[in-house]
Design a protein around this ligand. Structure first.
Ligand SMILES: [Zn+2]
Length: 336
């Protein structure tokens, strides 16, 4: 497929993509409902599909569009769910689908007032009155209802695309607190999905997937699937492996154990912005997983100077422009 950087007119969006981007579930909901599932829309942008009388099924939460400008996963899931709804009986798990920041998607923006993926915690400080705080409350209530009474097998795949280039084009953040067995299965799935690197995270940054892991016992992960693109113009080919792995999961097919193993990284330090004096030693356009040597300055903030503590640390998500109190970057090291 040829890529064009011009603003040449593109055709209309495929109907399934348009519908999901607008959180219009009517077509797929109707098909699953007709196949005997219990289908509900507990809130705007949230769809649950459960098989009545089948309590042993795995419960899978798939979220897209938590950042409104990350449209690739919306396209992927739209096509996948549309196809699955035409063979509805093949759905082998209880599914909750969540289209995250509906307002921002509509506006073609990353967020309306503030980053939604920092709101999944009690402490919101000055962000308490934002549109995203209210949306996170709705999403958490629906998530609680979905996992309440669910069986022990619980997944949450929160699908994103990265906003900057990365040494590993696809990578995932996995909370360390996930029980070892479930975490191993999640890592296997991420390998099957073609994810190149996994960061083990010991501490919540207020993300949706960490919330599901911490409060609902889900094997939750934030997955970065390639680059941000415009809805309808994404190079869907870059998401093929992830789409295939997600499709298999929804069909109840486990990942082949002989799949590729992602590189595993542990978190070395979180770089927290303490004040408005915060200055990072490099810009927010720095590639994810850029290596820095021992002793190198990462940032300074008044009397606090963050430096590299290991022989080599890699920087992920550098962003000096976050609000005071939030994470301005993550430093990771290779695990063994
Ligand atoms: Zn994102």
């Amino acid at each position: 497929m040829t890529q064009s950087t011009s603003s040449a007119a593109v055709g209309p969006l495929p109907e399934a993509v348009r519908a999901l981007a607008e959180a219009d579930f009517s077509a797929v909901a109707g098909r699953f409902s007709a196949a005997g599932y219990t289908v509900a829309q507990p809130a705007d942008g949230i769809l649950t599909i459960k098989r009545p009388g089948a309590p042993a099924r795995a419960s899978v939460l798939v979220s897209v569009g938590v950042h409104g400008d990350e449209t690739g996963p919306i396209e992927v899931v739209a096509h996948l769910l549309d196809a699955l709804s035409h063979e509805a009986n093949a759905l082998a798990v209880d599914l909750m689908l969540c289209v995250g920041n509906i307002g921002a998607i509509r506006a073609g923006k990353r967020f309306i007032d503030a980053d939604l993926n920092r709101m999944f915690r009690a402490e919101r400080g000055t962000l308490a009155g934002t549109a995203e705080a209210a949306r996170a409350d709705v999403m958490m209530a629906a998530t609680t209802a979905f996992f309440d009474g669910a069986g022990p097998v619980r997944w949450h795949l929160d699908l994103h695309t990265a906003i900057r280039p990365s040494v590993y084009p696809t990578f995932a953040i996995v909370p360390e607190l996930i029980e070892a067995g479930a975490r191993g299965q999640l890592v296997d799935w991420l390998g099957a999905a073609g994810i190149g690197a996994i960061i083990m995270n010991p501490q919540s940054a207020g993300t949706y997937s960490y919330y599901s892991a911490e409060h609902h016992g889900a094997a939750g992960t934030t997955v970065e699937l390639g680059r941000v693109g415009t809805l309808g113009q994404n190079d869907i080919g870059q998401f093929a492996e992830a789409a295939q792995a997600l499709d298999a999961l929804l069909h109840g097919v486990g990942p082949a154990s002989a799949g590729r193993s992602p590189h595993i990284f542990n978190t070395a330090q979180q770089i927290i912005k303490l004040s408005d004096r915060f200055q990072m030693a490099f810009g927010r356009d720095t590639q994810n997983f850029t290596a820095l040597p021992r002793g190198a300055e990462i940032a300074r903030d008044g009397d606090t100077v963050y430096t590299v503590q290991h022989d080599e640390e890699y920087v992920v998500f550098p962003n000096p422009d976050v609000r005071v109190g939030l994470r301005a970057g993550l430093m990771v090291v290779r695990a063994s």
